[in-house]
Design a protein. Structure first.
Lengths: 268, 187, 267
């Protein structure tokens, strides 16, 4: 196997004593598309923020390109982040800038490229996501799918080594979903980057991922290639992959006995 | 919004700000008059400066000609020495008279210069010899009351009872000559 | 019964304590934000068009409301002043009254209050929404410091705009007062201006007014920025933060005005 660009080592993280992650180990090999899946609230997005160094782990460490993220100072973290591109759940486009300026933003902020070169690069990136013709629009004028693609163009503006996707398929119509799905795979291969996808959309994720981690109850519950996981007999994975209503993850939030609760209500 | 349009508007905004500031300084404030330009400095001693303060106006014939620079107490003869800066454009004779006036009945105090008839003019560092103190309202009221009292006591006497009525302290004696020049108090 | 009473008192005290700690904590965070804004302000000067853009949004966009209110404030001052002054036969002093009231107090204070309502809320809402839509996070992840890119330019724009707006307010207000006093009431034109000039001091009145508005500019902008940064990333959180910006800015301006005035009176 190739070297791992991101390694998560026995990582624990929690807010105010409540642990969200309890000893997570993950490896992200160079050039692969790796997915992190799990139910809502299982701390998938938090993992991305830990990789990006926006929050510090309670225990364990995240290494990016061999460097421990939470031991870096501000400069060091910024240096690591220049290797990363991130697509936020709702795109997080700068609403006061046009599509063109949004994509140009990282180039203008972080490089000293002349404006003419920035123009060419921006149009190239927008072309890659098929939105070169929309470069003069404002974010408010875009559909959800288009906004996601512009955000993707912005995430790859500086040709990052790691591209992180936070719920890239959430809230998209089937056509846009398919477009984004293809883009993630093709951009990953074209740029030779490593993609980390956080998602709970099984069908699309399994289509493009090389390797999948399942997170549940703060630990990696299962891992493997999509084909392996489809065959998995683990109850949780089976429930998740096939979208069954009840299973190890119960339909009901833990509560007192239904009947007795109704009766006590009446008694009071 | 286009960047050049923003530049233009911000330019207009800043220009308006400067215009307003200029307007305030020139038309509303007294920048023109408070910056007297080149000045020369003279001193004048007073028995009592009342509530005269540094930077108070110095006027002659009602026109601003200078400003009070500093007021210090002279411990030897117990006088207040006021140094005044006067605009170089105006020359005053050496026998100029310096009065401390009050603007209105209760207004701010200022120094009024009344030019004398001397040929020689005041130079930098000179001292104005003839001065008249600030009117202290309490003193005037007590003068008035004393004069009323003496009027009722010696009904017959004169129609100028004011100065003598208060001339029973040494301090008052010293400045009796000046006090007369108050003229009749406005009561 | 007695236990309940004690308990409720204890709870109230605890509530007060919690609020005090919360306020102090927020004050500390605000002060740190202020420090960071200063530290990273080099960025906003290096790329001045960022600051220029914010001057446009905070300063130029507030111009209309400032000019219109100044005009009316000046006219009302002249009317009210005349009403009182003519009883003492000194209606010529109306110019002094209008000018001093505007230059010393109303210019800086009312401008700051309007600024908090017009530009302060806009800053808070904008930053609150940028936070809610993860734009600030996105910036962080791009290795761009949001303090340098978002906070510092807005801070300096506010600090630059406020004295300019206050000066314009005073001047327009005086013109409004003039319009009422001279053509309508019939005060002598020359007396209006000359009385004003004789009694308004450039340093003691105009410069002090400018200093006040500069301080208000720092305070109002900083409060607006902090509230935006501190807003919970929800619709309700942003709307509450916006309200707080107006309330806290207004109270701060009035309190600071008292403090500054008392400092300036001691000469």
């Amino acid at each position: 196997m190739t070297t791992n660009i991101v390694e998560i080592d026995n990582l624990s993280f929690g807010y105010k004593g409540r642990l969200l992650h309890q000893g997570i180990n993950m490896l992200f090999p160079r050039g692969k598309v790796v997915a992190i899946m799990g139910g809502s609230g299982s701390g998938k997005t938090t993992l991305l923020r830990l990789i990006g160094g926006q929050i510090k782990p309670s225990k364990g460490q995240v290494r990016v390109a061999g460097e421990v993220v939470h031991q870096q100072d501000r400069e060091g973290i910024y240096k690591l982040r220049r290797k990363m591109g991130m697509l936020f759940q709702h795109g997080a486009l700068f609403t006061d800038l046009s599509v063109f300026d949004n994509v140009a933003f990282p180039m203008r902020e972080l490089t000293d490229l002349p404006e003419s070169m920035i123009r060419d690069l921006v149009l190239m990136k927008l072309n890659a996501v098929g939105l070169r013709g929309a470069h003069q629009f404002m974010p408010a004028e875009l559909s959800g799918g288009m906004a996601r693609r512009v955000a993707l163009a912005r995430a790859i503006a500086l040709d990052p080594e790691i591209i992180m996707y936070d719920e890239p398929f959430a809230g998209l119509d089937p056509i846009s979903m398919g477009v984004v799905c293809d883009l993630i795979r093709s951009l990953n291969d074209a740029l030779g980057a490593t993609s980390i996808i956080v998602s709970h959309d099984v069908k699309e994720t399994f289509l493009i991922a090389d390797y999948v981690y399942f997170v549940a109850d703060g630990v990696v519950a299962a891992e493997g290639t999509p084909a392996d996981l489809m065959q998995s007999t683990l109850p949780f994975v089976h429930q998740f992959v096939h979208g069954e209503k009840d299973g190890p993850v119960p339909f009901h939030y833990p509560a007192a006995n239904y009947q007795s609760e109704l009766l006590t209500e009446q008694a009071q | 919004m286009d960047r050049t349009t923003i530049d233009l508007w911000v330019g207009i905004f800043v220009a308006l700000g400067f215009a307003a500031l200029l307007g305030l300084a020139m038309k509303v404030g007294n920048l023109t008059s408070s910056k007297i330009g080149a000045t020369y400095s003279v001193t004048a001693a007073f028995e009592n400066v009342g509530s005269l303060k540094p930077n108070a106006p110095v006027k002659s014939a009602g026109v601003l000609v200078g400003r009070v620079d500093s007021i210090v107490f002279n411990g030897k003869n117990y006088q207040a020495v006021v140094s005044i800066k006067i605009d170089k454009r105006y020359a005053f004779p050496t026998d100029t008279f310096a009065n401390i006036y009050t603007a209105g009945l209760l207004g701010e105090q200022y120094i009024g210069l009344e030019a004398g008839g001397d040929e020689e003019v005041l130079k930098n560092g000179d001292k104005i010899a003839k001065t008249q103190d600030a009117i202290v309202l309490e003193k005037m009221i007590s003068q008035f009351l004393f004069s009323k009292a003496s009027e009722t006591e010696t009904k017959s006497v004169t129609n100028t009872p004011v100065p003598n009525a208060v001339d029973n302290t040494p301090a008052a004696n010293a400045k009796a000559g000046k006090s007369t020049e108050l003229g009749d108090p406005p009561f | 019964m007695q236990y309940n009473l004690l308990n409720s008192i204890a709870n109230k005290l605890r509530g007060i304590g919690h609020r005090m700690i919360e306020r102090t904590w927020r004050l500390g965070v605000g002060a740190r934000l202020f420090g960071l804004a200063i530290v990273y302000s080099g960025e906003s000067f290096k790329r001045f068009n960022l600051t220029l853009r914010e001057i446009y949004f905070t300063g130029v966009m507030s111009l209309l409301i400032i000019v219109v209110s100044a005009f009316f404030v000046g006219m009302v001052l002249a009317l009210q002043g005349y009403n009182t002054l003519q009883k003492y036969g000194s209606s010529e002093a109306i110019g002094v009254l209008v000018a001093l009231a505007l230059v010393r107090e109303l210019g800086p204070v009312v401008t700051a209050l309007l600024f908090a309502g017009r530009a302060g809320t806009a800053i808070t809402a904008e930053i609150g929404l940028m936070k809610a839509t993860e734009q600030l996070s996105a910036m962080e992840m791009m290795a761009v410091n949001p303090i340098a890119r978002v906070v510092a330019p807005r801070f300096w724009a506010g600090v630059i705009s406020m004295p300019i707006l206050a000066t314009i307010f005073s001047m327009v207000g005086i013109l409004g007062g003039y319009l009422v006093a001279v053509p309508i009431i019939g005060v002598d034109d020359g007396a209006f201006w000359s009385q004003m000039q004789a009694n308004v001091d450039v340093r003691l009145d105009i410069v002090n007014g400018l200093i006040k508005s500069l301080v208000f500019g720092v305070a109002c902008t900083m409060i607006a920025l902090f509230e935006g940064f501190d807003a919970p990333p929800t619709a309700e959180g942003v709307s509450r933060a916006t309200t707080r910006t107006v309330v806290i800015s207004s109270l701060t301006v009035l309190a600071l005005d008292f403090v500054l005035t008392s400092f300036m009176m001691v000469v």
